[in-house]
Design a protein around this ligand. Structure first.
Ligand code: PEP
Ligand code: MG
Length: 324
C-alpha cells in the first residue's frame, strides 16, 4: 500500500478547497520509525510509550528508556514526536505489576490517574525523556486527562522534574510543550483557562468514542454499534474544535478513525486540521483528502444532521461517489 501512494508521498496534504491538513503517524516501537520517512508522515502525533513497558518482563530502567527515546528522536531528524506518558491500566496491563481487581477497568485506575497517584514511575519516565532530548525540543502529552486539575498536577511534576534535572547539571529541553489527551467528554467542558494553559489538545478518539456512547471498545457485541459518523459525535467533535479555536489551542485527533479515509475527511470537514494515524493510512487518507472540498462536505454533514439522519455515512458516501 505504501508504494501505491508513493507519488503523493512528498506532497503536502491540501484539500480540494485549499485547506492544509497535517498528517502524522502513530508509533510505539523502534520498528515503526522507518515509516516516518516511508509514509510521508509530517511527524509522530502519538508515540505510545507503554508499548516499551508492555514488551518486557520487568520495569525498564531510566537509562534504558533514555537511550531508547534518544534513538526515537534521532530517527525523527527534527520532526516532531509527541511522547505520550505511560498509559497503563484498562486494556493495557503490565505483566510485572500487581493486577488490581477492578469491576470496571476502563473506568478505573489507569493512565494519568496511576501517574499522579504513584509519581515515581512518571518522574522516572520524564527524566528519561529530558535526558533523551539532551537540549533538543521536546513534546509530551498526558493520557486520559478528565479534568483541569489532573493536567495542572501533571504539569507541576514536569516543572519539578525539570528543576531537579537543572540542579543535577543535566541539559533541559530547548523548548517543551505539554499537551493533554481529550479522551473523556468531561474535558471538552473544562474551564476556558484549561484551554489557555494547555499547550495542545489531542483527541484520543478510541477512548472518547467509547465514553461518549458508553460502549466498551473491547466488547465485540457493542463496539461497532455506534458510528463515528453519528451526528451526535460529529457535533461533539465540532464543539471541541470551536473551544480550541476560541483560545487558539492547537488541536489534533489521534484515534484509529483518523486513519479511515471517510472518517478522516469528515473530521477535517468539522474542523480538524491535524490527524495522526497508522503509517499505512497516510497515503489513502491524503489521496481522498486532496479530492474533497471540505466546505461542501461540511454542508452535506450539516444537511444530513438537520434532516434527522442518525449517521451521515449514507449522504457522505453519495457525495464522495459524486466526485468520480
Ligand atoms: C485513543 O484512545 O484514541 C488513543 C489514541 O489511545 P489508545 O488507543 O492507546 O488508548
Ligand atoms: Mg486512549
Amino acid at each position: 500500500a505504501l508504494e501505491r501512494y508513493a507519488s503523493i508521498r512528498d506532497v503536502d496534504c491540501v484539500s480540494a478547497c485549499g485547506a492544509r491538513v497535517h498528517l502524522n503517524m502513530n508509533a510505539g516501537l523502534m520498528a515503526d520509525l522507518p515509516s516516518l520517512d516511508g509514509s510521508g508522515a509530517e511527524g509522530v502525533g502519538l508515540f505510545r510509550t507503554e508499548l516499551q513497558f508492555l514488551v518486557r518482563n520487568k520495569m525498564p530502567q531510566r537509562t534504558e528508556l533514555a537511550a531508547l527515546y534518544a534513538r526515537v528522536l534521532d530517527a525523527a531528524h527534527g520532526k516532531r514526536v509527541n511522547f505520550r506518558t505511560l498509559d497503563i491500566g484498562s486494556d493495557k496491563v503490565l505483566p510485572y505489576m500487581k493486577p488490581n481487581d477492578e469491576p470496571n477497568p476502563a473506568l478505573g485506575w489507569r493512565a494519568i490517574r496511576v501517574g499522579l497517584d504513584k509519581p515515581g514511575v512518571m518522574r522516572m519516565q520524564l527524566q528519561a525523556l529530558f535526558r533523551a532530548a539532551n537540549g533538543r525540543p521536546l513534546t509530551l502529552m498526558f493520557p486520559f486527562v478528565a479534568q483541569f486539575d489532573e493536567y495542572r498536577a501533571g504539569r507541576a511534576e514536569v516543572e519539578k522534574t525539570i528543576a531537579r534535572e537543572q540542579r543535577l547539571g543535566h541539559p533541559v529541553p530547548e523548548t517543551l510543550e505539554v499537551g493533554a489527551m481529550l479522551e473523556t467528554p468531561s474535558l471538552a467542558f473544562a474551564p476556558r483557562k484549561f484551554f489557555e494553559e494547555v499547550d495542545f489538545v489531542s483527541i484520543g478518539g478510541n477512548d472518547l468514542k467509547q465514553f461518549f456512547f458508553a460502549a466498551d471498545r473491547e466488547n465485540e457485541r457493542v463496539r461497532r454499534r455506534y458510528d463515528t459518523l453519528n451526528c451526535s459525535f460529529l457535533t461533539f467533535i465540532e464543539g471541541i474544535v470551536n473551544r480550541c479555536a476560541e483560545t487558539g489551542t492547537p488541536l489534533s485527533f489521534c484515534g484509529e478513525d483518523a486513519g479511515r479515509p471517510i472518517e478522516a475527511v469528515c473530521l477535517a470537514a468539522v474542523g480538524l486540521r491535524t490527524l495522526s494515524m497508522r503509517p499505512a493510512s497516510i497515503g489513502p487518507v491524503k489521496h481522498l483528502m486532496m479530492r474533497v472540498r471540505l466546505d461542501e462536505l461540511r454542508a452535506v454533514i450539516k444537511g444530513a444532521c438537520d434532516e434527522g439522519h442518525q449517521s451521515v455515512r449514507g449522504p457522505v458516501m453519495d457525495y464522495l461517489r459524486s466526485l468520480d
